[in-house]
Design a protein around this ligand. Structure first.
Ligand SMILES: [Fe+2]
Ligand SMILES: [Fe+2]
Length: 244
């Protein structure tokens, strides 16, 4: 198992492991390292990925320097190896939204978490991440995203999931492949708030979308986010009509 490392924005590193057996075309599992005075890792990866992913982090910084561990929501690929990371980085603190701390981390984390309020900013020294509560987007009640304000990088978690092992960074179409993956996996918890939540992300005017499964995107992100919002609005309308 090999984890590739690519710098997708200045001092933002994508750590990517391709698992060919997942789904019809295989799937990448990507974590992101924000290199700053207080380095932050967004997503831990499954426990089975820890040796390869920690080796990848070690190629950029000393793993013991990690100060923050964050993730979007409570699932194995997002936070399965949290315990391993906290053991490897004794100064690290896990941080999550208030709901996630209440329903999971306060009870399950090896060390007490730091809860971040919606829109609260964590100053990492040279990089600043803003916590965005996005309940049920892409899925799970505790879901949230981070926006790194210095580079304009939005960590989108499972939004824009697409299959296969595409290149690290693209300015091509990621919405079409994401719509196909939604058809294969049905992973989004569709609610009346889904489209509005994605449009709120567009208002941040990100320059890079750091995607957890598939290529990250650099370029004009507003139409890309709007297309995804329209897709989910339509999907919800069709589902509601079919039920009625
Ligand atoms: Fe997920
Ligand atoms: Fe995921």
């Amino acid at each position: 198992m090999e984890t590739r490392v690519d710098e997708i924005a200045e001092r933002i590193y994508r750590l990517s492991t391709f698992l060919p057996a997942v789904g019809p075309k295989g799937l990448t599992f990507n974590q992101f390292l924000v290199d700053a005075d207080e380095p932050l890792l967004f997503h831990c990866g499954q426990r089975s990925l820890f040796p390869a992913v920690s080796q990848a982090v070690a190629s950029v910084i000393d793993v013991r320097r990690l100060r923050w561990i964050a993730f979007s929501h409570i699932e194995a690929d997002e936070c399965g190896s949290l315990g391993e990371w906290l053991a490897a980085a004794p100064e690290a603190t896990v941080t999550h939204g208030a709901i996630g701390c209440a329903i999971w981390l306060n009870d399950q984390a090896p060390r007490p978490p730091r809860a971040l309020a919606n829109d609260e900013v964590l100053d990492l020294g040279g990089r600043r991440v803003r916590r965005l509560d996005t309940p049920h987007v892409p899925h799970c009640w505790d879901a949230g995203l981070l926006f790194e304000e210095t580079t304009g990088t939005l960590f989108t978690s499972d939004l824009f999931t697409h299959a296969g092992d595409p290149k690290a960074l693209t300015n091509g179409d990621i919405v079409g492949p994401a719509m196909a993956a939604e058809g294969s996996f049905g992973y989004t918890a569709l609610t009346p708030a889904t489209g509005a939540t994605i449009r709120r992300l567009a208002r941040l005017q990100p320059r890079t979308l750091a995607v957890m499964h598939g290529s990250s995107f650099a370029g004009d992100t507003a139409p890309v986010l709007e297309s995804l919002a329209v897709f989910y609005d339509d999907l919800l309308a069709k589902g509601t009509a079919a039920r009625g």
